[in-house]
Design a protein around this ligand. Sequence first.
Ligand SMILES: [Zn+2]
Length: 86
Amino acid sequence: MNLKVYTQLYCKEALKNLDNYLDRELAAEDIRLIEKHLAVCKHCAAKFKYEAEVVDELKSKVRRISAPAELKNKIMTAISDTPPET
Ligand SMILES: [Zn+2]
């Protein structure tokens, strides 16, 4: 297998699935593919790690603040959902 080609081809796919991956909304097979890619692609691994940290931090902040439940839900939705492409 040409590792370099595999990496470059898969970057787009991996980044596209980043949010779903962080939300664990992917099929087990897709998660395996992404983790395989992250193991060989420093660029994506750094990006995923950064995003995961940002999301974790936001989520723990939201949990700590005393905002109305409705607002919290809105923030949680905004963090985890990407608007559908039109
Ligand atoms: Zn990559």
